[in-house]
Design a protein around this ligand. Structure first.
Ligand SMILES: Nc1nc2c(c(=O)[nH]1)N[C@H]1C(S)=C(S)[C@@H](COP(=O)(O)O)O[C@H]1N2
Ligand SMILES: [Mo]
Length: 401
């Protein structure tokens, strides 16, 4: 009897589960697309990942990887803007150049970085500002990422502030530009350059050459990348070639056009009426993901299920993760791990769930940080044209049999 009810219900909802976008009405927002399969083709140093494009490589990490606090390098997502990434980098001759408003121009080799500066480590979440973009309707510009345009790693390298101190900043130094090594394919394509105001930088910002105890994978920015804990990764420039100090903000495509949200309290706008005044996306908002079980998992009614996942914010720290198994009517606290990897890392959560029903069950997770910020329900997330910063309550749909 219960089983028959389930199959009836499943038939009604099957078409809608995971398809998202096509079934919703304009202006409504909901869950990101969550049913894409990994590709059979792999990239160097990578296991099969959800593949949006081969050139440039755009690879997403599948949901079931998000049960462990550190994301394995070979399953770490990949995002490049330009198709033409250098195919050969010689670690013995590679240097990063520091120029502009400095007392002494520097060309620092990898060996110098590893031996002439204090070595530091930070575990931090790297998340694209467009992660989960496919939740927005109408479709927001950019890659229609599901939930996996993110990962967390222990980054090892040298403090940017130590390098700038060595070069010596001139009095009027205010902005720092970071260039990647890739070349543009068309004249009208801008170089990938990001700029940061010197006042935004603190000691946590590093130039990293190591990720989870290994050289950076080629696709994640070998041999050197910028790491800005707590900030969206769109400024974590990979394959760094140049750091240029200036006294004024240079107007650049990736600063002025991309990676911005409306400059109002809700950071939102009407799709029909774009807000003109915008601001760059910087700090990450509070968010969580359920790594187990995933949508479509069949669980026996007799089983003791341990729901597992991860929560994070911009470094204020996670206070609680709440779980609901009754469509948000009631919420219970999950158990959090000890948080020993620091405030910029994922916090793992676990929740004991004993199904007492049959059929489809929606499991939801909602993180709350130490400021009291909590994830809104996905349906309450407001639209912005770039599809940035989606942090709706996460959900998976399982079948209890
Ligand atoms: N040189 C360079 N750095 C870059 C980019 C790029 O296109 N070129 N993309 C940025 C964006 S938008 C993101 S989300 C992250 C992705 O980092 P990953 O590929 O290591 O996951 O790198 C950032 N750094
Ligand atoms: Mo990104």
């Amino acid at each position: 009897m219960q089983r028959r009810e389930f199959f009836k219900k499943a038939a009604l909802t099957a078409g809608a589960v995971g398809l998202g976008i096509t079934t919703s009405e304009a202006g409504e927002t909901h869950q990101p697309i969550d049913n894409r399969k990994v590709s059979k083709h792999t990239f160097p140093e990578k296991r099969p990942l959800i593949t949006y494009s081969d050139r440039p490589p755009l690879l997403e990490t599948p949901r079931d990887v998000f049960t462990s606090v550190l994301t394995p390098n070979d399953q770490f997502f990949v995002r490049w803007h330009m198709p033409d990434i250098p195919t050969h980098i010689d670690p013995d001759t590679y240097t990063v150049k520091i120029n502009g408003l400095v007392d002494q121009e520097l060309n620092i080799s990898l060996n110098d970085l590893k031996t002439k500066f204090e070595q530091v480590e930070v575990t931090a979440v790297l998340q694209c500002g467009g992660n989960s973009r496919s939740a927005f309707t109408p479709i927001a510009g950019g890659i229609q990422w599901g939930n996996g345009a993110m990962g967390c790693a222990t980054w090892k390298g040298v403090r940017l502030s130590d390098i700038l101190a060595k070069a010596g900043l001139k009095k009027d130094a205010e902005w720092i530009g970071f260039n990647g090594s890739e070349k543009v394919a068309y004249y009208e394509t801008p170089n990938f350059i990001r700029e940061l105001e010197i006042s935004e930088l603190d000691d946590h910002v590093i130039l990293a050459y190591e990720m989870n105890g290994e050289d950076l994978p080629y696709l994640n920015g070998y041999p050197l990348r910028l790491v800005i804990p707590g900030n969206y990764s769109d400024s974590w420039v990979k394959m760094l070639s140049n750091i240029t100090v200036t006294n004024k903000y240079r107007s650049l495509f990736f600063m002025d056009v991309a990676y911005r949200v409306p400059d109002n309290d809700c950071e939102c706008e009407d799709p029909e009426k774009r807000v003109k005044k915008t601001k760059p996306i910087t700090k990450m908002n509070v968010k969580s993901i359920i790594g187990y079980p995933t949508t479509g998992t069949e669980l026996n009614n007799k089983s003791h299920v341990v729901v597992r996942g991860l929560a994070w914010d911009d470094g204020h720290g996670i206070q609680d993760v709440m779980i609901s198994t009754d469509n948000g009517k009631t919420w219970d606290k999950a158990l959090l791990d000890d948080g020993k990897l620091g405030r910029y890392a994922y916090r793992a959560f676990r929740f004991a769930y004993k199904p007492n029903t049959y059929g489809e069950v929606t499991i939801m997770s909602k993180a709350i940080n130490k400021l009291g910020d909590e994830q809104p329900l996905a349906k309450d997330i407001k639209w912005n044209h770039g599809g940035y910063k989606f942090n709706g309550v996460d959900e998976v749909k399982v079948k209890i049999v």
